[in-house]
Design a protein around this ligand. Structure first.
Ligand SMILES: [Zn+2]
Length: 264
């Protein structure tokens, strides 16, 4: 049984038997794995607080070719997200990151860029001042959704109408753009009116500009002050719908993220 040590982010745990946990975790070098952590729910377990959601750890485990589940041996905490959970919106954003990663990533397929994306948005959420805490969560969730789709190969074309092929963001003649659930892309104002197309939501010009910027720049470059609950809300809706159609299920955490707009 070869022993491995991988940097990892814990995505989710499920209780197993009396004292054990099944842990889904994303490693930097081996992709998403699932393993059994024996006695993890007992006091003085070798896992300590390392199995909290999105804990950044060095995980020691044994992998057997014939088994889907690895055996977790222990973990060493590199960084807990405990300081983020005290902020309600950041806590909801963590739930959202973990759920999307769990749903989108295939098992045992290395995706180091996705791993680094998670580290970057977690860093971005860290407080710089209370006033911008809401802005941070919105910006991080939007950035993460966009790049999670791109790094999974599921980000649709954002510049061209799916119906007629018209360029939507030609600066000489900017077209309005619409989306609907289950359609992988955008349609122009003309195609939207064709029978059977019926696109329900508009993706505004400001949000399309933000999406283009996000695809060019690291998240740390985005000013948090600029973000309110309504900034790019249409873009988040579009991205969540795209994620949901590929995951073939609704995300539990997506409505919580939008509802936290109203939270004090
Ligand atoms: Zn069109």
């Amino acid at each position: 049984m070869p022993a491995r040590v991988s940097e990892a982010l814990v995505l989710r745990t499920y209780p197993l038997k009396e004292a054990d946990l099944v842990v889904s975790f994303l490693t930097r070098d081996q992709g998403k794995l699932r393993g059994v952590a024996k006695r993890a729910r007992r006091p003085k377990s070798p896992f300590g607080a390392g199995l909290e959601r999105l804990s950044y750890v060095r995980m020691s485990y044994f992998q057997r070719e014939t088994r889907e589940l690895v055996n977790l041996d222990s973990c060493e905490l590199i960084r807990s997200q405990f300081d983020l959970v005290s902020d309600y919106r950041s806590g909801v954003a963590l739930d959202y990151f973990a759920e999307v990663s769990e749903q989108m990533l295939p098992a045992a397929e290395a995706n180091e860029k996705f791993f680094r994306l998670l580290l970057a948005v977690l860093d971005y959420l860290r407080p710089g001042g209370d006033a911008e805490s809401a802005g941070r969560a919105w910006c991080a969730a939007t950035y993460f959704s966009l790049w999670a789709l791109r790094l999974s190969g599921w980000l649709p074309e954002l510049h061209v109408c799916l119906g007629c092929g018209a360029v939507l963001d030609d600066p000489e003649s900017l077209e309005r753009a619409y989306f609907s659930r289950g359609r992988a892309g955008l349609v122009c104002g003309h195609c939207r009116r064709l029978p059977g197309v019926g696109s329900n939501w508009e993706l505004g010009v400001e949000s399309r500009t933000i999406a283009a910027e996000m695809l060019r720049q690291p998240v740390a470059q985005f000013s948090q002050n600029r973000w309110t609950s309504t900034t790019a809300a249409d873009l988040r809706r579009f991205l969540v719908q795209q994620i949901e159609s590929h995951a073939e299920r609704r995300l539990v955490t997506a409505p919580l993220l939008e509802e936290s707009v109203a939270a004090p």
